[in-house]
Design a protein around this ligand. Structure first.
Ligand code: PEP
Length: 252
């Protein structure tokens, strides 16, 4: 039985003052919600704050990217070990905003995925098709290619230490969420594809849906058999909205 997981992706938002309020509100809101798991992925400068405020609570924290290298002459990069130093559980890998705006590729995402696992972090590996790709009926081709970029290199077994996230680009930040049926169809495809390599891993891997998840649409999404939680952007910036999604996960 897979436990639901709700992860907030704060992206490039927040401040010390705003985070204090957000973290406190989320911790208070989920303190008694024991049936699911919760986390916030914060910008690097706030990892220390996340660690000092959230340790001991049932809210984990993580980062939104990492560099695959350890200790290197690489200005501006942050290594897996540095994230471990700050108590991160999760790290988002291959988010579409980084793939598109920062030219990350299947290759770089796969290398980061492996580096995260080697360091003991849980990568949240993002996949998803654009609007044009969906309209051309390429969804399975694109998502399958992204998934294969890690399975082919590292094997399906590594997915026991990872979380997958289906985030259709046309739903991220748009207020046009996938319907529960649309999301379920792709989640089922992803699980079947993992099952081709290892049925047990497929049964246990958590696949999150991301793209305009809100308190209102979360229950119907979470009722789908292959949707194991959510990766939440905008609604993770406000404690009440994020806690509403966590409550929906806790109730399933
Ligand atoms: C995201 O960027 O991961 C995301 C799901 O954003 P939003 O919830 O704002 O659509």
């Amino acid at each position: 039985m897979r436990r639901k997981l709700v992860i907030g992706n704060l992206k490039m938002n927040g401040s010390i003052t705003a985070n204090q309020k957000l973290f406190a509100g989320v911790m208070a809101g989920v303190a008694d919600l024991r049936n699911a798991d919760y986390a916030l992925c914060v910008p690097y400068p706030y990892l220390c704050q996340a660690q000092s405020l959230m340790q001991g609570s049932n809210v984990a924290w993580g980062a939104q990217n990492l560099c695959a290298n350890e200790d290197a002459a690489l200005t501006g990069a942050v290594s897996p070990a540095m994230l471990v130093d700050y108590g991160c559980t999760y790290v988002i890998v291959g988010h579409s905003e980084r793939r598109i705006q920062l030219h990350e590729t299947d290759d770089t995402a796969a290398t980061r995925f492996n580096a995260a696992i080697k360091a003991g972090l849980t990568p949240v590996f993002c996949m998803g098709e654009s609007k044009e790709e969906r309209e051309s009926d390429w969804t399975e081709y694109v998502v399958g290619r992204q998934l294969d970029s890690i399975i082919r290199r590292y094997g399906a077994e590594l997915l026991t230490k990872a979380v997958l996230a289906y985030e259709p680009l046309w739903a991220v930040g748009t207020d046009i969420p996938a319907t529960p049926e649309q999301a379920q169809e792709v989640h089922h495809f992803i699980r079947k594809r993992v099952a081709r390599c290892n049925a047990e891993v497929a049964e246990n891997v958590r696949i999150l849906y991301g793209g305009s998840v809100q308190t209102e649409n979360a229950p119907a999404l979470f009722a789908m058999p292959d949707i194991d939680g959510a990766l939440v952007g905008r609604c993770s910036l406000e404690a009440k909205a994020f806690v509403g999604i966590c409550q929906a996960a806790n109730q399933v």
